[in-house]
Design a protein around this ligand. Structure first.
Ligand SMILES: [Zn+2]
Length: 695
């Protein structure tokens, strides 16, 4: 059995998650864990399946660089994806996991199934629609400004030549999502195989925490004739700790997949207690609002952390008595799309949240219950009468839109505070802000606006900037915990930074003894798994072996009925035996009509196949006057080399011959020759005899 892993994205990188995995029922000849560059990861073998886990885009790169979308031409130069991929599986609704799906389904010929959970599909429609609006306004700006259109910067990569706005119009997003098949939590579904493969492909979704609807997927492919399926788990993003609205990620204990492909965003971080971080966050917000009279900007992804922080602030406001009409606290704002449709979905999918929120949904009819949070109106950041307030605004990495507009308006005022609660890909304004030293006047280049083509604009940052990780990813301890839970045979790290992955990979190998890899994009990693194949044995093979009762650690064992202890047939017990010595049990492995493997002797195999065996014999004639003497010499040698037990192939002689095994020495008085004949198996023995006779 083998599993091939080929990242089209998220290989030694955070963003653009897209990992191709081939599950094959046939062992390959290449060595275990080998890595090689390859232009293609899949074979059209009739006993392998290829899955695409996630289909995301990279927010840290523009389309023109060719690095925003996965390069699908790597797996099929003509984008004939249907010939390569059997199913696409989306782990959750974040754009770096789903953003390239409209391209895949509408601009390649991919027509196979697309699986995700139902909350993911529901919220994906908001995420993709939101992104479509960003794209279309960016492309309008480009055209009006007369700036270089990024779509002209074709670099020979197939997807770059297609303008992003053309596969992100509203009809493609809708058409794309109509092709989705939803999977319920812990439900196992069978995926129909459409490329003529035999066997069974099954898929199960497990709870991943992280964001509403996020799932880890277990895929299992049972090839014909194999005792066990070949399996893998793809985690997507996950959080092993519960938070204020979601529960922790769980996999069934001892799932033992052949490969666990896990995210490693926080591969080198062990986060402090969450309570402490929450207190630090709330204190910083309180200080800014009450003591400095400033404003707080929290850039967030539309869904996920936004809801978590809303709940946190909402509960804090309640504790401070800021909920009453007499003493209203500073307002909390959310950007429009985020507040409205998102919360509605959270209510709809309340059973995907933790128990506390489920109870709240049952009693109050609203899982989040954030009626106090107000909707932010565009341009409010410039209003002079706007007092202390909190704004949660998208996008989370300050790469455009409302959060960047508000940031540029507020960052010059030292009373204000910016809290970065999540991960920022390198190159984004958010990450540049993080990297600047604390407490120093910073100039930050905010020129990287989403496709707006604006020239570089460095601005002075005088406000306070805090980075408090509320990111809902597992930290190093969480990742190790999941590995312990699942007991995989191999681990592959994706969705992380290379140096951090290297350290975690070493730790995984040391702690669990499990081989761990972290392949770069467009690199094929082939992982071989040994597997147990039950083999039936013919009685003749059985008789040739020497058997003892099996012990732990035996490689190959045999089960047979054992009636040594009791003559009573009903007391027969199945016992397991192992081969008694180190010798290898030899035979021919044949596949029976019912696809079961059977070990038989060579002659049984020949008979079964209706083949008459040929034997190659050789003969040499020596001219010799004294034939009698030569016969004596030959007999002496044969006795010495084979003994004299004729029944056991030893030497014997008559007047006109001497022989042992298939070597036959004959005197032919009629023509005065001595003839030596033998079968090829006995050539060494015949050679010794001939050498002696020739003297
Ligand atoms: Zn995510």
């Amino acid at each position: 059995m083998k599993v091939s892993v080929y990242p089209l994205g998220a290989g030694q990188d955070v963003g653009r998650s897209c990992v191709l995995v081939s599950l094959s029922g046939i062992p390959s000849s290449s060595s275990s864990g080998s890595s090689s560059s390859s232009s293609s990861s899949s074979s059209s073998s009739s006993s392998s399946v290829t899955l695409m886990f996630d289909c995301g885009l990279h927010m840290g790169h523009t389309h023109a660089t060719g690095r925003r979308y996965p390069d699908f031409s790597k797996i099929s130069p003509s984008l004939n994806i249907s010939r390569v991929v059997d199913a696409v599986i989306i782990s959750h609704f974040h754009l770096d996991h789903i953003g390239a799906l409209p391209f895949l389904t509408e601009h390649t010929n991919y027509s196979g199934p697309v699986f995700m959970t139902s909350p993911t599909r529901a919220i994906a429609s908001i995420m993709l629609e939101d992104y479509r609006r960003v794209i279309s306004s960016a492309s309008r700006n480009n055209n009006n400004d007369g700036n270089e259109n990024e779509n002209d910067a074709a670099s020979g990569k197939s997807d770059v030549t297609i303008p992003e706005s053309s596969f992100y119009d509203d009809t493609t997003v809708k058409r794309c999502l109509r092709k989705v098949t939803t999977v319920a939590l812990n439900e196992t579904i069978e995926v129909p195989l459409q490329r003529g493969q035999k066997g069974t492909l099954k898929l199960t979704a497990h709870y991943a925490g992280h964001v509403l609807g996020a799932a880890m997927f277990h895929a299992s492919y049972q090839a014909p004739g194999m005792a066990d399926p070949v399996t893998c788990v793809y985690t997507g993003d996950y959080n092993t700790r519960s938070d204020r609205h979601l529960g922790p990620a769980v996999l069934p204990q001892g799932l033992k997949p052949d490969v666990l492909i896990t995210e490693s965003t926080y591969a080198d971080t062990v986060r402090d207690a969450k309570r402490g971080r929450e207190r630090e966050f709330l204190n910083a917000v309180h200080d800014t609002l009450v003591h400095h009279g400033g404003k707080v900007l929290i850039p967030v992804f539309a869904l996920g952390r936004a809801q978590e922080l809303c709940i946190l602030l909402d509960e804090f406001w309640e504790r401070l008595g800021w909920r009453s009409a007499a003493t209203p606290g500073p307002p909390i704002f959310c950007t429009a799309g985020m507040a409205a449709s998102a919360n509605q979905y959270y209510d709809l999918y309340a059973r995907w949240m933790n128990e506390r929120r489920q109870a709240k949904a049952a009693t109050h009819g609203a899982a989040l219950g954030l009626g106090q949070v107000r909707v932010w109106e565009r341009g409010m950041e410039r209003r002079a009468d706007l007092g202390p307030c909190v704004l949660l605004a998208t996008p989370g990495m300050l790469h455009g839109g409302t959060s960047l507009d508000v940031f540029t308006a507020w960052c010059g005022d030292p009373r204000n505070l910016v809290v970065l609660p999540g991960y920022c890909v390198s190159g984004s304004v958010g990450s540049r802000l993080r990297e600047s030293p604390r407490g120093v006047l910073r100039r930050v280049d905010v020129g990287m606006r989403q496709g707006a083509g604006s020239s570089s604009t460095a601005i002075d940052v005088r406000c306070a900037v805090r980075h408090l990780s509320f990111s809902a990813h597992a930290d190093a301890r969480g990742i190790l915990g999941l590995i312990k839970q699942a007991e995989p045979r191999h681990v592959v790290l994706v969705h992380g930074e290379k140096t951090k992955m290297a350290r975690l990979s070493t730790e995984i190998a040391n702690v669990f003894g499990t081989p761990c890899y972290y392949p770069a994009n467009h690199t094929l990693t082939v992982l071989e798994s040994s597997c147990t194949i039950p083999v039936r044995m013919s009685a003749a093979v059985l008789r040739e072996g020497r058997w003892r009762k099996s012990r732990e650690g035996d490689d190959a064992t045999m089960a047979m009925d054992d009636d040594d202890d009791d003559d009573d047939a009903s007391a027969k017990r199945a016992r397991t035996y192992a081969h008694a010595d180190d010798s290898v049990l030899q035979g021919a492995l044949v596949l029976e009509k019912n696809a079961n493997a059977r070990l038989v002797t060579a002659s049984e195999a020949l008979a079964g196949a209706g083949i008459v065996p040929h034997q190659v014999s050789c003969e040499v004639a020596l001219s010799e006057d004294d034939g009698k003497r030569l016969l004596g010499v030959a007999y002496d040698i044969l006795c010495r080399l084979t003994g004299t037990d004729a029944d056991d192939g030893g030497a014997c002689r008559g007047d006109l011959y001497a022989s042992a095994r298939s070597v036959h020495v004959r005197r032919v008085p009629a023509d005065g020759t001595v003839r030596v004949s033998w079968l090829v198996d006995d050539a060494p023995l015949a050679r010794t005899v001939l050498d002696a006779l020739k003297g």
